[in-house]
Write a protein that binds this ligand. Sequence first.
Ligand code: 4NP
Length: 163
Amino acid sequence: MRLLFVCLGNICRSPMAEGALRARLREAGLGGRVEVDSAGTGDWHVGHPPDHRAIACARGHGVDIAGLRARQLQRQDFERFDWLLCADAQNLRDARRRAPPQLAHKAVLLLEWAGIPETVAVPDPYTGCGDDFELTWRLVDSAASAVVARLAAGPESGIIDRW
Ligand code: 4NP
């Protein structure tokens, strides 16, 4: 399965989600089962590492995301990935606008897709404070754990076709 996390800048939410999922997959011995990447709908931070607050927050949870570099979402990502997991409704709209029409359905809201009932959006922490990054981490890590639980349940969970 190939999963792409999508946010606006690709320096806060989506790299944190990528780091959390990579870590949870590794812990579960499922690292080889899923290809994971992240991208932003905007291009302002292309080539940049994650925001220093995102790096510090992830590090506080034992996950190193300092080596990641931002890139912009491409039309071809809709062919390459099974799901494009968007942090909020604006990201979803922007991603779908870039999609080949027949593949636009691959872009979905991350938390809804992962079955996290707490809220539908991962709020943008960029203009916020440390607590906002902690909330981001809690949400993306919950989503990561949900993905791993479904994968661990085996192919009969229909993880690709009937998520
Ligand atoms: P992200 O956060 O979408 O979670 O990476 C943001 C990063 C940068 C900006 C906005 C949101 N910005 O406006 O530069």
